[in-house]
Write a protein that binds this ligand. Structure first.
Ligand code: ADP
Ligand code: 5GP
Length: 227
């Protein structure tokens, strides 16, 4: 009865380093279809176990700067003071036009740039259950030096203040619950009234509608009641 716009939703997921953004997005793949997780490019070195073209496109600083000049990025930022991270433009439009949602897992600076260009984007912020648990996760992940952990943890305090710029907030305490919440938010977005392109009525429904418009409905109901 309704025809919805076929374009997918652009979804930005942000939150402090170590909060579980990557883990949530990976879990989401198991329960949700029709979305594409954008793969960012970065000049940071791969961590143990990270695969080029899967976690990120790992490129040199020089190549990153060349690609900035070529206007290859939807947005980019220097994160944690030294490394470039950017969202490649190519493929995002293709996926959105095909009807798939596209998730960008990017930092707050990048999210704000996206907000300027695409105000209709869905912004989800992931919070840790506590700062203690956040530092635990950063330490347990074991991917950063002590110095980098301290930097990321400090930055987390500033990032959390930006939560009000987002549409939704999800606390990642229990992983399954957090994943279900993100999934539900994305489903709710697809049900928004402003996604309706057209209301379609078949012939029979058109006839009923005309009948209701043309005849004096109140009189008709009154007659029926009298009978
Ligand atoms: P981010 O992508 O936000 O930097 P990760 O997804 O790499 O964070 O998660 C950081 C660490 O926290 C990982 O070791 C991950 O297994 C762990 N983690 C993620 N979510 C939870 C959770 N709900 N409970 C406990 N540990 C979690
Ligand atoms: P990490 O080094 O832990 O993988 O990521 C560090 C930070 O960079 C995270 O906050 C992550 O969200 C952010 N990030 C990853 N990709 C992009 C991107 O394409 N653009 C921006 N602006 N930030 C990104």
């Amino acid at each position: 009865m309704i025809k919805k716009k076929n374009r997918g939703t652009l979804v930005v997921i942000s939150g402090p380093s170590g909060v579980g953004k990557g883990t949530i997005c990976n879990e989401l793949k198991k329960i949700r279809k029709h979305f594409w997780l954008s793969i960012s490019a970065t000049s940071r070195k791969p961590r143990k176990g990270e695969v080029d073209g899967e976690n990120y496109f790992f490129i040199s600083k020089e190549e990153f700067e060349e690609r900035i000049k070529n206007n290859d990025f939807l947005e980019y930022a220097i994160v944690h003071n030294n490394d470039y991270y950017g969202t490649p433009k190519k493929e995002i439009e293709t996926h959105l036009n095909s009807g798939d949602d596209v998730i960008l897992e990017i930092d707050i600076e990048g999210a704000l740039k996206i907000k300027e260009k695409y105000p209709e984007t869905l912004f989800i912020f992931i919070l840790p259950p506590s700062m203690d648990k956040l530092i635990d996760r950063l330490i347990k992940r074991g991917t950063e030096s002590k110095e980098k952990i301290v930097k990321r943890f400090r930055k987390a305090y500033n990032e959390i203040n930006e939560v009000t710029k987002y549409n939704y907030v999800v606390v990642n305490d229990n992983l399954e619950k957090a994943v279900n919440k993100v999934n539900s938010i994305m489903t709710a977005e697809r049900c928004r009234v402003d996604r309706i392109e057209e209301i379609l009525l078949n012939n029979k429904e058109e006839n009923i509608h005309e009948l209701l418009v043309e005849k004096d409905l109140e009189n008709k109901m009154f007659e029926l009641k009298e009978d």
